[in-house]
Ligand binder design. Sequence first.
Ligand code: MHO
Length: 216
Amino acid sequence: MNSFNLQASSTEKIILGMGCFWGPDSSFGSLPGVISTVVGYAGGTSSHPTYRKIDDYTETVEITFDPQLLSLESLLHTFWQTHDATKNRFYRERQYISLIVFQNIQQKKIAENIKQIEEKRQGKEIQTEFQVATPFYPAEDYHQKYFLRRFKEATKNVQKLFPDEETFIRSTISARLNGFIRENKSLPEIKEEIKNWDLSEEHLKELQNMILSLKW
Ligand code: MHO
């Protein structure tokens, strides 16, 4: 965790597969309560998958969130309401299937419950695959915050705040700005939200100035 991030007293993680991982990186990265997102490969069996050699893995986004600001229940409703998990998604082997990798059994129990509610609401059986605590391999850097990276100058200015690429990728601000590009979030909303991240005055100022200086 770094000093420019949303500060949380406890955090939870969940890994979601719902098609090409660029989209959910942006949409879930925009949700208040989400601390960071990383896209990667999960749910498979071979070792060290890559985009070129994805084998039996699925494109996923690993979401770290503050359960006091965003409940797992609400996150899962969003998951099932923003992709079609009732159809057969095996058109490119397992690359784009609907998948959840839970951290623990407790999370899985909650999901079984929400799944039932969603099945009733949608009137069809949900085909999401469930796994518990199986490995996650972060994807190549160029897939991380993919939409933000289309704006090279702006991205450079965000990166300047962080000591390295990894910290930039795992930052709350890169997640929110990646949402801004897809119109999941407006700049005024981001500016308002960062005031609640419990940052030092100095870091808050730095972040605010950085946002003002961005050219899109
Ligand atoms: N837009 C790409 C998918 C990329 S995603 C990282 C395509 O349509 O093949 O799978």
